[in-house]
Design a protein around this ligand. Structure first.
Ligand SMILES: [Zn+2]
Length: 506
């Protein structure tokens, strides 16, 4: 079984998660679940970034200690990810000992192998407390950080430890160009390449007198800069510096937002090269969830509460909608109208309707037992559906989740059309038993296949579909290659109401 170590970005502990956080976790979870179906040995990591400056401020406002604050935030995030059916194998918090030990260990390793790459110098610049980083001219618009136009930039001057990032421009560029380190999708790779081609400056990796952070090894006056600290979580979770870390490392895929590619595709690989450690195989940078083409904003009244979005049609429907409509590559819109429209058209009227019609007919015409019809396998319809599974797998392998979700719905629509074309009710009336058997067996097999392809997107609904035909078999180990499952002779369950009509608001 090939190992597949997959991570998401770890989130700042300074407020409740929103739809943007949710898109990333759902997309990564969809990839993790698909890889498990493929038979990969998946290790899926999520977690919290707990050393940011904003934690001190948030804790002070609430009158609790920073530790009490991050504990409460970690519980809040974990609860949302549980509600959204995230299947992570590990949950890292940067305040955990395994991480606070790994950070100085990595710095020590760089100091031993590339001593010239760490040095001290005076640093002066404009600091954004929202990003927790000094901003360059290109990142400042009208005197404010591009990402945080409402925050004032703080002029800061201090003695810091530095990392010789400038030495890694060519090595990182070379690995991206050769494909040894993949940055996807292409639009993000091009951005990162342009950034590297423009040249790199050395970066400050410590802060003075910061009470909440990891002490810089050998200099108790300084703490490790929060971004340098946070990136190392991917390594801490493997057990680094214990030799067993090589069982998981290098990561096979880091899933991050498009706004933090500089950290993950430039700084992080440079840090690893300095420590003489292998680079992750791939970074996938997704887009943002928008509201009618604009960034979601609490002040503009366009911030959608995550709890409210889950309650609208359930977690499975929200997962499907975000990946199908917003997608995992570019920015995409969230609106309640589009969510309701997709719910009705795709989930209720296409997928839900197919499951309901197919099972009802097996009950009505064959007493609930899938008929034995040897000629169903290899029939034109069977070939069509089997053929449709190929692009689905191709899209999933390429992290094109939006296209894979569309393909899943295409399969359901094909099966609905097959019902219309074969008109089983006419076959029953004409006593055309052999033909009817073929249609019903084909439909039962399609439900099983749909359960498999739907599982990464909608795990609960997929399990419900699966269990109507194969309640005795677990869905998990079923790989796509096994999609020709023996359905003949199986007794199907009652017709489930998968996607109930929403209660109209009064
Ligand atoms: Zn900022």
């Amino acid at each position: 079984m090939p190992k597949f170590y997959l991570t998401t970005a770890i989130d700042y502990s300074n407020g409740e998660p929103h739809l943007g956080h949710a898109l990333e976790k759902i997309g990564a979870d969809c990839i993790a679940r698909y890889r498990r179906l493929r038979g990969d040995d998946v290790h899926f990591l999520m977690g919290m970034d707990e050393h940011s400056q904003s934690v001190i401020q948030a804790a002070a406002r609430t009158g609790v200690t920073p530790q009490a604050w991050v504990d409460a935030m970690a519980d809040t995030f974990a609860e949302y990810w549980r509600r959204l059916l995230c299947s992570h194998d590990d949950w890292i918090r940067t305040t955990q000992p395994r991480h606070t030990q790994a950070v100085p260990a990595l710095l020590e390793r760089i100091r031993q192998r590339r001593p010239a790459d760490l040095f001290e110098a005076e640093y002066a610049g404009l600091y954004c407390t929202g990003c927790e980083e000094f901003k360059t001219e290109a990142q400042i618009v009208d005197g404010h950080c591009i990402e945080h136009p409402t925050l004032a930039l703080v002029p800061t001057k201090e003695r810091n430890h530095f990392f010789r990032l400038s030495a890694y421009r060519d090595p990182v560029l070379e690995r991206i160009r050769s494909g040894a380190f993949r940055v996807e999708p292409e639009i993000r790779r091009n951005e990162v390449v342009r950034l590297l081609e423009a040249g790199l400056q050395d970066i400050s990796i410590s802060r003075q007198r910061q009470p909440w952070g990891i002490p810089f090894p050998g200099d108790p006056q300084q703490t490790v800069y929060v971004w340098f600290d946070a990136l190392i979580n991917y390594l801490s979770a493997t057990g680094f510096p214990d030799a067993a870390f090589e069982r998981l490392w290098p990561a096979d895929l880091h899933v991050v937002g498009k706004g933090i590619t500089r950290f993950h595709c430039v700084i992080w690989p440079a840090m690893l090269l300095a420590a003489e450690l292998p680079l992750p195989r791939e970074v996938w940078a997704h887009g943002y969830v928008q509201w009618s083409g604009a960034k979601m904003s609490k002040t503009a009244g366009t911030a959608v509460g995550l709890g409210e979005a889950i309650e609208r049609h359930g977690a499975d429907a929200l997962r499907y909608f975000l990946l199908r409509e917003v997608g995992f590559e570019n920015d995409g819109d969230f609106t309640w109208e589009r969510f309701d429209a997709r719910y009705t058209a795709d989930l209720a009227n296409t997928l839900g309707n197919l499951v309901s019609r197919a099972l009802s007919m097996i009950h009505r015409y064959r007493g609930g037992t899938v008929p034995r019809a040897a000629t169903s396998i290899g029939s034109a319809f069977d070939d069509e559906i089997r053929g449709a599974l190929v692009p689905y797998a191709d899209w999933m392998n390429a992290n094109r989740l939006h296209d894979a979700a569309a393909q899943m719905m295409h399969i359901a629509a094909s099966a609905n059309r097959y019902i219309e074309e074969t008109a089983p009710w006419k076959l029953a009336k004409q006593q055309a038993h052999a033909e009817l058997d073929v249609v019903l067996a084909n439909l039962a097999r399609t439900l099983v296949r749909l359960a498999i392809v739907a599982h990464p997107f909608m795990p609960q609904k997929a399990d419900a579909i699966w269990n109507t035909v194969c309640p005795d078999l677990p869905l998990e180990p079923a790989t796509l290659q096994d999609a020709v499952i023996e359905v003949e002779g199986r007794v199907v369950g009652a017709v489930p109401i998968l996607f109930p009509k929403p209660v109209e608001a009064a």
